[in-house]
Write a protein of this length. Sequence first.
Length: 248
Amino acid sequence: MPRKVLDISLIEENKSDLTFFNIDEEESNETLKALKQSYVTTNYKEETILNLQNTLNSSSDDTSKELKIESYKRYNNSLDLAYKNYITSACEHIETALEINPKDVDILNLKGLLTLLKCDFSKAFESFYTAMCYGNNEMSRKYVDMLSSDDFKVFLARYNHSIRFINEELNDECIHILENIIDEDPDLIEPYVLLSLIYDKLGDIKRKESYLKHLRDVDKDNPLFEEQIKTIESEEQEKEEKVENTKK
């Protein structure tokens, strides 16, 4: 991705679109709440793209020079964080950059890449497609084609099966799929999160810690580590209270 320093092209017609749905499921186990994912269907709906095209056509580019400079600053911060594998923080910075400058193609593409790493496929597709509508650039076209391809549909089917297996307590089958996905694409973040939580549920601390280590390599400030810190602090506080009570 290029760093930012200080014409919208014609919207290219596209015949189809992947429509994404979030499926909410009740989960009493606190640990497994993080396992809820976006289920993806392969329904083609031209209406989705037509609505997006109308939005793009009706909006005007009124971002001032000062706001653009501020957005470039946040974009560069996000890019620097991403290079250092602080993907969660990079996502936060790119969101603020996009709020300031929603039509910038590079900002949209970087958001697409970051959300793709986070396995948020609906946001990734939306970002790349919007960028393609504004700039009709090579990167966004590449990822729109990839996210609409038959190969990606196969990947989504496997990924969604792993989530269904979790909900059905078929942990071995889920682990098998997720480990294969990691072998194929070790930069994706969510498979490490899922595997660490599954092994935590199974009580296999050694494998849980192993996947947490891999997770830290790809996303150093993942929210899962915040939960770890809170748990450790809570355990330490309980120990201190027991010691104090014993002294009394």
